[in-house]
Write a protein that binds this ligand. Structure first.
Ligand code: NAP
Length: 295
């Protein structure tokens, strides 16, 4: 029995993200129903006041707003299938990673079940869910976003609706997310090189942070170059980066740290130079990335 006027919310999928979502709603006083395939994961949330639905049908019917946080769109459809009829007229919001095509497929599936559908993405780690500057974006049925925006802001203060096309959140999620692994592996490589000299990874954190600040400051400049197709103001040319390739090879010899993950990036630089971009700014790599290499 719900005893307050806050929107009842159902959270389906109680992994790291789903648990963080449910905890944020509970902290904000929303009647929160939870369901997970492995039921034991609901116990800590029940202890904090959540209703634990035994079946997916009960979970869906408990709230007008149903939020899923499963691993993939395919998992989400599979888990929700037994409650397909119960989704009718409910707001369904997915908060998993996945491709734009998988988001479109899920939007069609949801619409076929007469659900009102938004696809979203959490652009942060689980511990940041609920913080004022945490970014989540959504795309799809704008009326769902407008109706539930105050509730969605509980999950992160930087809450954005990207547009009516349901695959936009997945597209931006993948576009921005592409930066994560190269940046992190670069940091891990640097940490390994420092450790090979008996230095702690912690000693590079301040400097790596400033490096990321510098990269951040360049993004609007590069975006303008990419959008206009004018790469001629070459503050950091492709050829300059190519000259640095030998330094990576020297570092491997000196420290025994594996830098082979950089080989495809070196290849990208060479292909850019071969395509006539050697004296262009490094953002001209985008032109090479637009075409798959011939095999
Ligand atoms: N963790 C992060 O830092 C982070 C940050 C942003 C976005 N994300 C995205 O958020 C989504 C969830 O991530 P997570 O970290 O919460 O993952 P997780 O901890 O591995 O949890 C996955 C959840 O999906 C459920 N699940 C998977 N396949 C299922 C199926 N076929 N049927 C029913 N339930 C199924 C699991 O249920 P069981 O407990 O029964 O296995 C579990 O509740 C992913 O798409 C991830 O990429 C994660």
């Amino acid at each position: 029995m719900h005893t307050n006027d806050r929107t009842p919310v159902t959270v389906i999928g109680l992994g790291a993200i789903g648990t963080a979502l449910a905890e944020a709603f509970l902290r904000a006083g929303h009647p929160t129903t939870v369901w997970n395939r492995t039921a034991a994961k609901a116990a800590p949330l029940e202890a904090k006041g959540a209703e634990h639905a035994e079946t997916i049908k009960q979970a869906v019917t408990a709230s007008p707003l149903v939020i899923t946080a499963l691993t993939t769109f395919e998992d989400t459809r599979e888990a929700l299938e037994p409650a397909g009829a119960e989704l009718r007229d409910r707001a369904l919001i997915t908060l998993n990673s996945g491709s734009p095509a998988a988001a479109r497929e899920t939007a069609t599936w949801a619409t076929d079940h007469k659900a009102r559908f938004l696809a979203g993405a959490v652009k942060n780690v689980p511990s940041a869910v609920g913080a004022p500057d945490t970014l989540l974006y959504y795309s799809g049925d704008r009326s769902v976003f407008e109706e539930y925006e105050p509730t969605l802001r509980i999950l992160g203060g930087d809450t954005v609706h990207l547009g009516d096309e349901p695959d936009l959140a997945a597209l931006y999620e993948m576009a921005v997310g592409a930066m994560l692994l190269p940046a992190l592996v670069g940091f891990f490589q640097g940490a390994a090189a420092l450790q090979s000299r008996g230095l702690e990874a912690a000693s590079m954190v301040r400097f790596a942070g400033k490096w990321l600040d510098m990269i951040k400051s360049l993004l609007p400049i590069y975006a303008t170059e990419i959008d206009t197709g004018d790469y001629t103001d070459a503050a950091s040319s492709v050829n300059l980066f190519l000259a640095g390739v030998a330094h990576d090879e020297d570092l491997t010899r000196e420290t025994n740290v594996d830098t082979s993950w950089l080989t495809p990036l070196h290849d990208l630089l060479r292909r850019a130079a071969e395509a006539g971009h050697g004296e262009h700014n490094i953002s001209a790599l985008t032109e090479v990335l637009k075409k798959q290499p011939q095999t």
